[in-house]
Design a protein around this ligand. Structure first.
Ligand code: ATP
Ligand code: MG
Length: 540
């Protein structure tokens, strides 16, 4: 039966014609099998305005997922899914929204926002999505790390017990910062907030350099010791001018601090979502350095601009406004970021220095009080002091470090304890002295001593001092050795001491370096050194 059918079919010209089609199909099918297909979940833009897109479709999208918007013409614009509603997804755009229109496609990437992490990031300037902003070429392909990560748990954390030296006398003595601490720098605009952060970065390089010199030459250098060699620094610039970030990078290159620094920049011209994401991206990169055993410092300059960017996003996404029109979860925004800074013990630490800008010195506004309550202390800068020439303009009364002397070496603790007391007395008496014309001798003495101590705590930008030298200066001031000098002579004393102690090796400095303290022998030779120096200045 089948044979007969086959014969008939062969004879039938129509069937022969048909036979040609299946052979063509077969080749098509063969080619088709080789093709690789990818399933991409797409949606369409329902409405778009002010950098926010409402997208329908995208049913499986995750919160925080990176989305790509494909305009009919022009480049793909990236965005992030933030509001997940029943039928719509509220997404923020990172790029120019003018090229997008209603009806344009949006597709899922299935990746939550992440940044590259690696040693190669040192010396680079990046945007919050990990794209280089400097002219140093593309980054090598590497593993990406999520920018939002959980803070280390309670069990993993260790006590903060080692100093993170900033090289700024007023900070290291009065509001000491420990490795793993979160210390807020707060003040009005143009009061030297960034200057403190930048000096801290520069001092880390000085410490590294001096340690390298010490190791190579095997000579004891007075500048090192008593503190760990410098930390790796991550500086996050939020909502600043591009020119300020460029200037900072240039300055850090000049002083050779850039090879240990990463800058993450979301400038004022960048979109609000990028400004909001920058601190998290910076923190992930900083955590990489912490995890490879480098003590790391991260500076968020500044978080008030991040809060403003987040408020802008939230209001455009129609989330309900709360106090000062900030969304209710702005506290969580800052707390989940700052909780990621911690001392994990054995040299693994991430120190955070968030910066907050206040309006007319108002520390009790919403964002300042939030961040004050999250951090382990604050360094409050005051415009009045800044204009009086007391720089850094640290208000000693309002500044505090809740970690306190646990973050100081013993030698510093001994001089700083007395210093705090004397400055408190000075403040108290100075307030009364404004009204009194006739002052008794003891009040006069307190005022004079206070003035001299304030003079010692004044410090220029980019002129950091290492801890052992700070100890000598503060000892001289608080024990009254400098009472006989004028304020100008005190400046002379300080520059002579810095020159002398960094150039030559002095046994009492070596004792401070080796033991982190000074015994009675070292103390008496320190006294002798200071007295000689004071006589030298007086006689010249
Ligand atoms: P902004 O609010 O604009 O960010 P800021 O509070 O970060 O300002 P800075 O930019 O650090 O302030 O400093 C303002 C100015 O004060 C700068 O010109 C800086 O050079 C100067 N300045 C800061 N600290 C000192 C200092 N210790 N000695 C001398 N000048 C200083
Ligand atoms: Mg600043």
């Amino acid at each position: 039966m089948t044979n007969i059918l086959k014969k008939k079919l062969k004879q039938n010209p129509v069937t022969r014609k048909r036979k040609a089609v299946p052979s063509g199909l077969k080749t098509l099918l063969r080619r088709f099998k080789k093709l690789k297909f990818e399933y991409v979940e797409c949606g369409r833009i329902d409405s778009i305005a002010d950098g926010i897109a409402r997208v329908y479709g995208l049913d499986g999208v995750q919160a925080g997922e990176l989305l790509e918007f494909v305009p009919k013409s022009g480049q793909v614009v990236r965005g992030m899914a933030l509001n997940l509603e029943k039928q719509f997804v509220g997404a923020v755009l990172f790029g120019n929204d003018a090229v997008l229109k209603e009806g344009d496609f949006s597709r899922r990437t299935k990746s939550i926002i992440s940044v590259p992490a690696g040693l190669f990031l040192r010396g680079r300037v990046l945007d919050p999505l990990g794209q280089p902003l400097d002219n140093k070429g593309a980054l090598p392909a590497t593993k990406q790390e999520l920018i939002e990560r959980k803070a280390p748990g309670i069990q993993l954390r260790a006590r903060i017990d080692s100093p993170m030296a900033t090289g700024i006398r007023a900070v290291d003595s009065l509001v000491p910062i420990g490795n793993g601490q979160r210390e807020l720098i707060i003040g009005d605009r143009q009061t030297g907030k960034t200057a403190i952060a930048v000096d801290t970065i520069i001092h880390q390089t000085t410490l590294r350099q001096l340690e390298a010199d010490y190791v190579s030459s095997k000579t004891v250098n007075s500048c090192i010791g008593a503190e760990k060699a410098g930390s790796t620094c991550v500086y996050v610039a939020i909502g600043q001018k591009r020119s300020s970030v460029a200037q900072l990078a240039k300055k850090l290159e000049e002083v050779n601090a850039m090879p240990w620094t990463v800058i993450i920049a979301a400038t004022a011209s960048d979109s609000a979502p990028l400004q909001f994401l920058a601190p998290y991206a910076g923190c992930t990169i900083a955590e990489y350095f912490r995890d490879i055993g480098e003590p790391t410092v991260i500076i968020y300059d500044d978080l008030s601009k991040q809060a403003v960017a987040y408020r802008q996003l939230s209001l455009l996404l129609r989330r309900p406004p709360g106090r000062e029109a900030y969304p209710g979860d702005v506290f969580y925004c800052h707390s989940r970021l700052l909780e990621r800074a911690a001392n994990m013990g054995k040299g693994y630490s991430l120190t955070a220095l968030p910066i907050i800008e206040t309006q007319a010195g108002d520390l009790s506004a919403y964002i300042p009080t939030n961040v004050i309550s999250i951090t382990d202390g604050q360094c409050a800068l005051e415009a009045d002091l800044f204009f009086k020439g007391i720089r850094p303009a640290i208000n000693v009364g309002l500044s505090v470090s809740r970690v306190g002397s646990a973050a100081q070496i013993k030698a510093m603790k001994r001089v700083a304890g007395q210093l705090k007391l004397l400055l408190a007395q000075y403040r108290e008496n100075a307030a009364f002295a404004q009204f009194a014309s006739d002052l008794d001798a003891s009040t006069k003495k307190v005022l004079e001593r206070g003035e001299r101590l304030t003079q010692i705590l004044k410090q220029d930008q980019f002129a950091t001092t290492s801890t052992p030298i700070q100890v000598v200066m503060l000892y001289a001031g608080s024990k009254g050795y400098l009472d006989i000098l004028s304020l100008d002579q005190i400046n002379q004393f300080m520059s002579l001491v810095v020159n002398d102690l960094t150039t030559y090796s002095w046994p009492f400095v070596e004792t401070i370096i080796a033991t982190k303290d000074f015994d009675s022998d070292a103390e008496s030779s320190m006294q002798e050194y200071i007295t000689d120096m004071v006589h030298y200045i007086q006689s010249n």
